[in-house]
Design a binder for this molecule. Structure first.
Ligand SMILES: O=C(O)CCC(=O)C(=O)O
Length: 288
């Protein structure tokens, strides 16, 4: 069957048909996948019964992989390229630290100085209903801003934190996360290095605009997050086991919806493709 791409929503995403990721990817197939990745921002491969090694090998076609040194608590012990997104309890019976991963709008690793280029998330065991992931097209979000707003935010930086929204991580996890990940300032608008298009770079990990107080920043941050995640810019992914979902972190943002019964297992595994250096350690203005 020849390779085929079917759009998943108006705003972004395409399903890829006719590719078996257990087989090596021929150059012409890779070129078609890469072009579709740049065009659609999110690609879905269904029914891929691949091993961890095959997941890692395919991911490497996109670039060098992150070994997750900024999140060592969540990576697999024998495959540092794999980040666990799971509600499986730890071997000692304590709750998973990653059961709430992604439950804030974000772009992966925005709180580091080399934010992710792309992510490849494999659905190993997903709940019978819910546990969806929502994506937003940050090119469309940027394009839809007024000229005055574009001018206002052109040189501003958002301060990204590594914290997760829901409480419940161990105190040890929180302390390690803070130690490894000081807040990082990233431009609110980034130019995609491959397409040359401007995309909004904002999410719920942004607490503040660099050089402004939290109080001054909040209305602008709130507006931009609300604007960037308007339904018309989004695609909602309903997971099946053996889905491989790939996204371009430079022009999309995403949210794990957490809309599932926690008694069901939800176990996904992610590789992260390293991006180019961006941002700097934030200079914080704490009060008015
Ligand atoms: O679990 C999900 O639906 C998404 C996970 C996520 O946000 C991430 O891996 O960055």
């Amino acid at each position: 069957m020849p390779i085929e791409f079917r759009p998943l929503s108006y705003a972004l995403g395409a399903e890829v048909l006719g590719v078996d990721l257990r087989e090596p990817c021929p150059p012409d197939t890779w070129q078609a996948i890469h072009a579709a990745y740049l065009q659609h921002g999110v690609l879905l491969f269904r029914g891929q019964t691949i091993s961890r090694e095959q997941h890692i090998a395919f991911s490497r076609l996109f670039g060098e992989l992150d070994r997750h040194d900024s999140l060592p608590m969540d990576r697999d012990a024998t495959h540092p390229e794999l980040l666990m997104v799971t509600n499986d309890a730890k071997p000692d019976g304590s709750p998973s630290n990653s059961k709430y991963t992604g439950q804030m709008w974000h772009s992966d690793m925005s709180f580091t100085l080399a934010p992710a280029l792309g992510s490849l998330l494999r659905g190993v065991s997903v709940p019978p209903v819910g546990g969806d992931t929502l994506f937003s097209n940050m090119y469309l979000a940027y394009d839809a801003l007024s000229a005055k707003m574009k001018a206002l935010i052109a040189d501003l930086h958002g301060v990204h934190h590594a914290e997760r929204k829901n409480a419940g991580m161990s105190a040890q996890w929180e302390a390690e996360n803070r130690r490894l990940n000081p807040p990082v300032a990233q431009p609110l608008v980034r130019v995609h290095p491959e397409t040359g298009r401007k995309a909004l770079y904002i999410g719920e990990k942004v607490k503040q605009i660099e050089g402004m107080t939290i109080e001054e920043s909040q209305p602008l941050v709130d507006f931009l997050v609300r604007h960037a995640t308007r339904p018309q810019f989004t695609y909602r992914h309903q997971w099946r086991n053996d889905d491989l979902l790939i996204w371009d972190n430079r022009c999309t943002s995403h949210l794990a919806m957490g809309d599932y019964d926690p008694r069901h297992r939800r176990h996904l595994e992610r590789t992260t493709v390293l991006g180019t250096p961006s941002g700097h350690v934030a200079q914080l203005e704490l009060s008015a």
